[in-house]
Write a protein that binds this ligand. Sequence first.
Ligand code: GLU
Length: 470
Amino acid sequence: MTQVRTRFAPSPTGYLHVGGARTALFSWLYARRHGGVFVLRIEDTDLERSTLESINAILEGMTWLGLDYDEGPFYQTERFDRYNAVIDQLLGSGWAYRCDCSRERLDGLREEAMARKEKPRYDGYCRGRTVASDAPHVVRFRTPAEGSVVIEDRVQGRIVIPNSELDDLIIRRSDGAPTYNLSVVVDDVDMGITHVIRGADHINNTPRQIHIFRALRAPLPEFAHVPMIHGADGAKLSKRHGAVSVMQYRDEGYLPEALLNYLVRLGWSHGDQEIFSLDEMIAQFDIAAVNRSASVFSPDKLLWLNQHYLQHADPHRVARLLSPHMGRLGIDPSLGPDLVAVVRAQEGRAKTLVELAEISAFFYRDFDAFEEQAARKHLRPVAEEALRGVRTGLAALDTWTPAAVHGVVEAVAASREVNLGKVAQPLRVAVVGRAASPGIDVTLHLVGKAACLRRIDQALAHIRAQAEHP
Ligand code: GLU
């Protein structure tokens, strides 16, 4: 059996978006599953729209997602000589011909077709003519007039396109530049691609490309066109629906494995399993099991997966990834409690790293104000005595451990004959600024003695001020 070879072939005209990432993931998984080779090819022939910045963004996105490629990146702009050699070969074998039809003539054809309410197409005028190679011309592919192309698409099923619907496409422009469909086929042949997995928006190109494969006497790859991704409103996924750039997800605090897990389930399923490790994806992914219909992007589900992965990831790794998000809040985590301990304490509390940074800021710096609702509920005159008692107890501690902190809170609650919450909640709001945090003893331990006492004083002042000016 021949070795499976797949490719991802993005056009670098923007960032790596989630649709492209999913196509890349499916191609990558197919190669990995079958012990094959995954090739990265940058389709940068559109010189006006391709940018170095986009190329870098795509490479960065692939790296972040861990979609490693075995060959490439190959750049189409470096292969023009090869494409031109193939075009000359097609001219030689009669599969292509030169065409010098004027713009006026072509415009006329288009208008006539429109008037007849037909699809505009070239009428083959130059098929039988001889056009000198040094005169201005384009090169067209001689599409068979009869018959039809049958695509046994691994996702879409059988697709039949009559050749009468295809016209003689231009494969070299008048400026000598090879065109898109030609370059793709030459690359897929030269790179030995066995499975072309790409977006369903390319289905229209496939019959044209199949003709070129045949003209080159090259074996046809398998085709698998994966469905488009839509927003919940049924429209094609766009910025309107939220982040579409892969790197934006990193910046918003997502883990790459959460995005991969989300993407693999977008159009593909394996029973009712939702959580897939990379190894499970590789072992179970099957291109033939991908849905035909458009997939609907659900930001909530992605968020849910991210929370799951954040909760189960190695705290050391989470701390490393969290650090820059703390930095964005102006916090240097090396100047406070161990970030790994903070991550452990916060386990399961945040959906993204951005949120985790926000709810962990208080460990590293005093806050400007108490959250209004929490303060109104918990920093009231009835809490004053308990807070004072806790302050005295904490100030007297020689060793600052979670157990010692716990002992003080318990002792104050016992002496006042109230349950632990009546003491812990005002204390939490005093030290954290809001009503939610990890366990009170761990929280206070990590915040540190001096900061705890300072913040309790601040809370007592707040209670006093409220009592005087309610
Ligand atoms: N360059 C095309 C794109 O970015 C993909 C072409 C292909 O996969 O054949 O949409």
